[in-house]
Design a binder for this molecule. Structure first.
Ligand SMILES: [Zn+2]
Length: 322
């Protein structure tokens, strides 16, 4: 049996509904994915990601503790760069932010991964984030921004690959987390243009691989030789597993991701789990040595139940991961 079997939902979807639903399965990881309100079409508020996250922690502190005592690890998975390096710092420190391909500094996404002061600032804010919440598993998934091709193109960063820059940032985050929690581990998220081997940077102690093949073909198993997309997603996987180690490696899939299926636009569409593809994928990932497998499961909360009068196929999902 897999050590860790999980599902990742939006922070705002966690309520009594999901609290009960997760307990009815044999899943033992609940990933919470805070997103800024403007990231989902149809949201009515306008909170930034840090506010969404702290609202979640304040509202559900007791439920989180209860789930952890039941053996369900509650972990945070979020694109945290705008919280770790607030864009408001741009006026005072434009050199902390990325240079675009035209040579202009911009606070739109990510950061300059060659600027030591900026990395120090990120590290300090990672310590502050760690103080907000400590998952029982000590696993943190604070990701860089969710936009491909938005690395820094300054002269220093150009000497390195996008994967080098990403790992440099993840190392800085991990250093900060460790200051508060000496047992902390932090992911390196491999997807988009970070789904390659870093060339000039090595992972610091506690960095683990999180593999999220977002560009895959969802109608064929991930190791199907007849899918060029899937072949591309897998082409660095064995190297990545060797580089980061298999021990804590985690898959983040999209089998249950109704937010993706709905185009990240409310209301949620009706969803059907492709069990055959998922079964084949899980077999493949187990054989690769992954002991931790999760999938996004957003847009399957209480509003989905009310709209369609049925629960998502969480039992089937959970059984396939067993
Ligand atoms: Zn740079």
């Amino acid at each position: 049996m897999l050590n860790r079997r999980g599902i990742v939902i939006y922070a705002d979807e966690f309520d009594q509904y999901w609290n009960k639903l997760i307990q009815s399965t044999n899943l033992n990881v609940l990933g919470i994915h805070p997103v800024a309100d403007n990231a989902v079409v149809g949201n009515t508020q306008n909170r930034d990601i840090l506010t969404v996250y702290t609202d979640f922690l304040n509202k559900y502190k007791d439920s989180i503790i209860r789930l952890q005592t039941l053996g369900i690890s509650v972990e945070i998975e979020m694109h945290a760069l705008s919280a770790l390096l607030p864009r408001s710092q741009f006026t005072a420190h434009p050199e902390w932010f990325r240079m675009d391909k035209n040579g202009r500094r911009t606070p739109d996404f990510n950061m300059c991964a060659s600027n030591k002061d900026a990395l120090e600032f990120v590290s300090d804010n990672a310590t502050a984030l760690a103080k907000l919440y400590t998952p029982g598993s000590n696993r943190y998934n604070f990701w860089i921004d969710d936009v491909a091709e938005t690395r820094c193109f300054c002269n220093e960063c150009r000497k390195r690959t996008a994967t080098d820059s990403a790992l440099t940032i993840y190392n800085a985050i991990q250093r900060g987390l460790k200051k508060h929690n000496s047992l902390s581990t932090q992911c390196y998220l491999a997807y988009h243009d970070t789904n390659e081997l870093p060339k000039n940077v090595v992972p610091e102690d506690g960095i683990f691989l999180e593999f999220a093949p977002m560009q895959r073909d969802f109608h064929m198993s991930i190791n199907s030789v007849s899918s060029d997309k899937n072949k591309k997603e897998l082409h660095s996987l064995s190297e990545l597993l060797q580089f980061f180690g298999k021990q804590n490696a985690q898959v983040l899939e999209y089998w249950m991701d109704n937010s993706m299926h709905s185009g990240w636009k409310r209301p949620p569409r009706k969803f059907k789990l492709n069990q055959e593809v998922m079964k084949a994928d899980v077999e493949f990932y187990k054989n690769c040595g992954f002991g931790s497998i999760t999938s996004f499961g957003c847009f399957l909360g209480e509003d989905y139940y009310k709209l369609y009068g049925k629960y998502p196929e969480i039992d089937e999902y959970s059984r396939i991961l067993s």
